[in-house]
Design a protein around this ligand. Sequence first.
Ligand SMILES: Cc1cc2nc3c(=O)[nH]c(=O)nc-3n(C[C@H](O)[C@H](O)[C@H](O)COP(=O)(O)OP(=O)(O)OC[C@H]3O[C@@H](n4cnc5c(N)ncnc54)[C@H](O)[C@@H]3O)c2cc1C
Length: 493
Amino acid sequence: MFKDRHIIVIGSGIGGLTAGALLSAEGALVTVLEAQSFPGGCAATFRRNACRFDAGATVGCGFHSGGPMDELGRKLGIDWPIEAERVAWQYRHGELRLDLSRSRAEILERFPHSRPFWLEQDRLARLLWRLASGGLSWPPERPGDLAGLLRKGVAGLPGSARLLQFASKTALEWLAVHQLEGDSEFVRFIDAQLLISAQTTSPYANALTAAIALDLPTSGAWHVKGGMGSIAELLAKSIEENGGSVLYRKRVIRINSVRKEVIGVETGDGSAYASDMVVANLTHESLAELVGSPSAGSLLKRGTPSEWSAFMLYLVMDPSLFTLPGSRHLQITGQSGELGEGNSIFVSFSLPGESCIAPEGLYAVTVSTHTRPGPWFAASRRSREEYLKLKSAYEERVLDLMASQLPGAREAVQWLEAGTPVTWQRYTGRADGYVGGYPQTSLFDVRGPATGFDNMFLVGDSIFPGQSLPGVTTGARRVVEMVRRVKSLGGGQ
Ligand SMILES: Cc1cc2nc3c(=O)[nH]c(=O)nc-3n(C[C@H](O)[C@H](O)[C@H](O)COP(=O)(O)OP(=O)(O)OC[C@H]3O[C@@H](n4cnc5c(N)ncnc54)[C@H](O)[C@@H]3O)c2cc1C
């Protein structure tokens, strides 16, 4: 139906590439304009010091049978280069060590009284994954969306009415139903999981989004061969094979419109591209900057604002100097205090012998911790020295926590580079370097793909259902549905 229709995708993150690949597979003439020299954004793999490092995302999820990545691969004919991990990641807190696997055996052994909670979580997650399969029309943009969701949910999935009683509960209230809210070790474990996959902790996280977030290790984790960036590279290749193009070093600096219709975009190198439709793989704030006022106002008025960026360490390590954990990913939390800000870290090691990633005998390691952007930008405004001081304080804090669980890890570091919210802002173009999506506190105050323009939609982790490969892919599939309905493209909206 899209034959000869020009669709511009701004940004080659997973959301933009998914939408672009699906649209070009349906015959649209897709041009992706990417500011960087490689695809993937937060889920890219970049080259530095003879190694390939995952920039942000390191754990492949959503590839389980019928999961969003599995469905996407089937639709596009892509055979993902993945290998199932035996253990998704290992959680360490003081003496406590838990392998998070499909069976949850270690969690149930350590916290046997939590079994009824996990049984309920499992039932909710199954329903939610099935509701999300094939795309999810939330938040509703037109009456038909709500009707469709009700048809798919209440009528199509037995038991889905149960979801309603959780829709307005927090995760902590849900834990309280199972008398688990007073078990501080269990709550800290749950909070650590929620922070990395729902961007908030149990007092604030919505119970339904918590049910899906807590399901990630159970539905499986995958190692992506060649680094996470392989996913973006394959999506870009699919666009090109269908006649589209992915152009790098093309930063979009302006979106031109007439009334509620976008007519084209301009890039920093002086080029201009006409378009019938624009898919923007941007945050609302970044899009608002490109459309200018007064259109920007309506983009910014709704939705839970982002809270977090990430402090990163990219390391080359000599594994002969410390004992490797039994799993490729390690989540470490400090003894007490707020999570994030170097007091909880996620460490991902390259696979031994993966020669395309690190030289023989060495590991490429990505470490991340949640951090709030404000102090970083304040320090950098004060002086470069202040900013560098803050950066080296975080380096020390993160390395200390890492070495507390991996003795010798400090000595094993052969090379190191740090990334801060300032780096994320420069690299992804996201205002204030907010990454990882919005805190999933409410199902009712989420942002959808609509932009106020009839022929431009948002994709990426700032729209529902938010962060992660399966999250942005699910959001992008909905955008493709919406593009199909646009009248000027021959659709029926
Ligand atoms: C530290 C960290 C760890 C994570 N870990 C995981 C994990 O283990 N597993 C998981 O599934 N998810 C993880 N995530 C989340 C996941 O990476 C993101 O939710 C997802 O990749 C975001 O995709 P996106 O579509 O929003 O695009 P983005 O990643 O935001 O990419 C947007 C792209 O658009 C480009 N762009 C921006 N502005 C312009 C412009 N004006 N013109 C042209 N191009 C532009 C950028 O350069 C970028 O390439 C993690 C995220 C972070 C930050």
